[in-house]
Design a protein around this ligand. Structure first.
Ligand SMILES: NC(=O)C1=CN([C@@H]2O[C@H](COP(=O)(O)OP(=O)(O)OC[C@H]3O[C@@H](n4cnc5c(N)ncnc54)[C@H](OP(=O)(O)O)[C@@H]3O)[C@@H](O)[C@H]2O)C=CC1
Length: 256
């Protein structure tokens, strides 16, 4: 069975390791880099097929597929100091490290791919965008809920930009809850009400072929309050700001 080595064991690597191994009968062998010592030790302590290497080169030496979860600032430099083999593959989660540069620093690794994993990989419940695809990366994310192969690098970067909208989504919910608590609903109750409302609605997103226009229409009676609020946000330029913000994130990603 394919063995996996993780370099950089932070929050996203931990989610992937849990998805690969926790409660899985045919869990693969997993080797972790030692930095982020507490998290690596915790994972190795409770998952029988997971162990911690003595250094990053030990991870590369032990793995068929090396999964890179380093921070963007020094990922390329850290990888360039390691020796890869031609018979291994590399999957990177590092934002902004483009395929050409990544391939250069992990040469002669034969299959190299980028990915945008999200925390839901921990429950094998997330389809992960990958570029440009390949047997190793698709087998890896197949264990974590599946992959969405994107051949064009700018299209892939655009998906990465779209994944930067999560904090703003929670900010929006927070604004609604804060408005409620400013009108006399105690904060915890206001937040619980908003959380319950949107948790229940999220089920509708699980249906195949989610159509956001149709969902918006289904939740707005003509002449009603939902229709008014959505129109007011549009008039205030909120949706234009979403598009402009995404353009700015994409520009930052592609600037490297
Ligand atoms: N979090 C997410 O949801 C997502 C993250 N990503 C990408 O994944 C990467 C990691 O993100 P995230 O997990 O959030 O980051 P974290 O800050 O949680 O973890 C980074 C880890 O890398 C370790 N590290 C730093 N330098 C080295 C090194 N030279 N060798 C080995 N380990 C090292 C750190 O160890 P120490 O603590 O000892 O410094 C830390 O444990 C980023 O590039 C990010 O863009 C992509 C998609 C989603």
């Amino acid at each position: 069975m394919t063995s996996y080595g993780f370099i950089g064991v932070g929050s996203i690597a931990a989610a992937m390791v849990v998805g690969l191994c926790d409660g899985v009968t045919d869990a693969p062998e997993v080797v972790l880099s030692p930095r982020g010592a507490e998290r690596s030790a915790e994972l190795a302590g409770r998952l029988p097929t997971v162990r911690v290497a003595t250094d990053n080169q030990g991870v590369v030496d032990a793995a068929d597929v090396v999964v890179v979860c380093l921070l963007p600032g020094d990922a390329a430099e850290s990888l360039a100091g390691l020796t890869f083999r031609a018979d291994q593959s590399v999957v990177s989660a590092v934002a902004g490290l483009d395929l050409a540069h990544l391939s250069e620093v992990v040469a002669p690794a034969r299959e190299v791919a980028r990915s945008v994993p999200l925390p839901a990989v921990a429950s094998r419940d997330s389809v992960t965008p990958v570029h440009p695809g390949g047997a190793a990366v698709e087998e890896f994310f197949g264990r974590l809920g599946g992959s969405l192969v994107i051949q064009d690098e700018l299209a892939y970067e655009s998906v990465a930009a779209a994944s930067a909208t999560v904090a703003a989504y929670f900010g929006y919910l927070g604004a609604v809850a804060d408005w409620l608590s400013g009108r006399g609903i105690p904060g915890p109750e206001a937040r619980r009400y908003v959380a319950n409302t949107f948790a229940a609605l999220s089920v509708e997103l699980g249906a195949p072929g989610a159509d956001f226009t149709a969902l918006a229409q289904a939740h707005s009676t003509p002449g009603g309050l939902n229709e008014q609020f959505a129109r007011d946000l549009g008039t205030a330029g909120v949706y234009d700001a979403v598009r402009d913000g995404l353009d700015a994130v994409l520009a930052r990603i592609t600037a490297g």
